[in-house]
Ligand binder design. Structure first.
Ligand code: E4P
Length: 214
């Protein structure tokens, strides 16, 4: 499973690159706004640091304007992926961008028919938002299971990005279900590494090492 970082924070992205585990980054307007920086310079820096795909979301609501925005972003770097919302305008955008060989990530997916339609329009990725479904007492990972099955049934090549991840269990389930990508907040990435027995084990080894005649 590929690991993307769900952030627009440069420090977090740099750290993940240094750890050698980063396959890509997803951003959205809310994550960008948290950074309090001018949009274009920030996105250019992210694109330069990340060795893989970086999702940049269009903010227009009409298809023609979304396509104009997308073309402008796509010129920035080879690793740009255009994030497009799932709706009728969005499908037209995905079709046009696919014809232009511009990669797309269809976002705000909350049902398997939405994912199937996005894939049929040519989406490179679809992003089901698991945490937001759990927030309203649904089963976010149940949706991922459904999409994995549907895509498997028809040998669909669109990759599934498990998004809106809130904790390590979402990550583990995504891997068990065979999702292509998990996009995780930095705080979840750190939690993935933590295990109390690892900490206790390290402490014991270091204590015992002190007793060794050197
Ligand atoms: C990523 O593509 C999504 O925009 C992001 O994971 C949404 O996460 P949230 O539901 O925590 O805002």
């Amino acid at each position: 499973m590929k690991i993307f970082l769900d952030t627009a924070n440069l420090d977090q992205i740099k750290q993940a690159v240094d750890y050698g585990i980063l396959d890509g980054v997803t951003t959205n307007p809310s994550l960008i706004s948290k950074e309090n920086q001018e949009f274009m310079p920030l996105i250019k820096e992210i694109l330069a640091i990340v060795p893989g795909p970086v999702s940049v979301e269009v903010t227009a609501t009409d298809a023609e304007e979304m396509i104009e925005q997308a073309k402008k972003y796509a010129e920035l770097s080879h690793n740009v992926v255009i994030k497009v919302p799932i709706n009728l305008e969005g499908l037209r955008v995905v079709k046009t961008l696919t014809d232009l060989e511009i990669k797309t990530n269809v976002t705000l997916i909350f049902s398997s028919p939405q994912a199937l339609l996005a894939a049929k329009a040519g989406a490179t990725y679809v992003s089901p938002f698991v945490g937001r479904i759990d927030d309203i007492s649904g089963s976010g990972m149940g949706l991922v299971e459904e999409i994995v099955q549907v895509f498997y049934n028809y040998a669909i090549e669109t990759e599934i990005i498990v998004a809106s991840i809130r904790h390590p269990v979402h990550f583990v389930q995504a891997a068990m279900m065979g999702a292509d990508v998990a996009t995780v907040p930095f705080s979840t990435l750190e939690k993935l590494l933590k295990h109390p027995l690892t900490d206790i084990g390290m402490e014991r080894f270091l204590k015992d090492w002190e007793k060794v005649k050197k």
